[in-house]
Design a protein around this ligand. Structure first.
Ligand SMILES: Nc1ncnc2c1ncn2[C@@H]1O[C@H](COP(=O)(O)OP(=O)(O)OP(=O)(O)O)[C@@H](O)[C@H]1O
Length: 215
């Protein structure tokens, strides 16, 4: 379902990511590991068409995402990808439930409020549903952001350090929901992480090398 070929990205004339060949099947999961600066976040940005690579192809269910830009990229991302960013952004004056439902409005997809409630429940944060998002801890935010990313049943779920602020119980709960939700609908799950607790949970692992000029 995901097929990356001869991918490179550069910043200021410096190659920051080089990936010759990588494949992850639909319904499978892969963790992306590597030292700080090895290009994990850069790779996720390319995979969801937030940026275009310097060269190479990224095929997601037949669409070459590396060629998308502007509105076409936004439309494709909205219909296909769920994203959990490293810093969990929520609209602080809206409630938790409203923040989760916002994903459906942005993607112009009709989703029942019961699905949002069920996702929040599976993540152990249903008691927070009517609380303003501005009053949440980092770990609570991370779980709400995952519920939002899963709401529209994305074909591709990308998560950048999703467990960084979570204790062991919340970490296990969040990973089970990501893995189960993706398996249930045959979606592909890609998680960039430094968290040793979660690395064994994935079907595959992509290990990015240290940047060349690292000391
Ligand atoms: N917008 C940018 N402009 C210039 N350089 C950038 C930019 N974004 C990333 N880089 C560089 O690209 C390299 C890879 O960065 P990236 O954030 O992808 O690494 P990472 O593996 O996710 O790191 P970490 O584990 O610390 O989050 C780094 O050397 C970084 O400085």
């Amino acid at each position: 379902m995901l097929h990356v070929k001869s991918l490179t990205q550069a910043h200021d004339g410096r190659v920051v990511l080089q990936l010759d060949h990588w494949q992850v099947a639909a319904g499978r999961s892969c963790c992306i590991t590597g030292p700080s600066g090895s290009g994990k976040t850069t790779l996720l940005d390319l995979l969801c068409a937030l940026r275009r690579p310097a060269s190479g192809d990224i095929l997601v269910e037949g669409v070459n995402v590396a060629r998308l830009s502007g509105r076409a990229a936004d439309r494709w991302r909205g219909s296909t990808v769920g994203v959990v960013t490293q810093t969990p952004h929520l609209l602080e004056i809206l409630t938790v439930q409203e923040n989760v439902m916002l994903a459906a409005r942005m993607a112009r997809v009709a989703v029942d409020g019961a699905r949002a409630a069920s996702l929040l429940d599976r993540l152990g944060v249903s008691a927070l549903a009517s609380r303003p998002a501005g009053r949440l801890s980092q770990g609570q935010r991370q779980r709400v952001v995952l519920a939002r990313a899963l709401l529209c049943r994305p074909r591709l779920l990308l998560a950048d350090e999703p467990t960084a602020h979570l204790d062991d119980a919340a970490c296990a709960q969040l990973c089970s929901l990501m893995l189960e939700s993706c398996r249930e609908v045959g979606a592909t799950l890609l998680v960039a992480t430094h968290d040793r607790r979660i690395e064994p949970l994935f079907d595959q692992r992509l290990s990015l090398p240290a940047p060349e000029n690292a000391t």
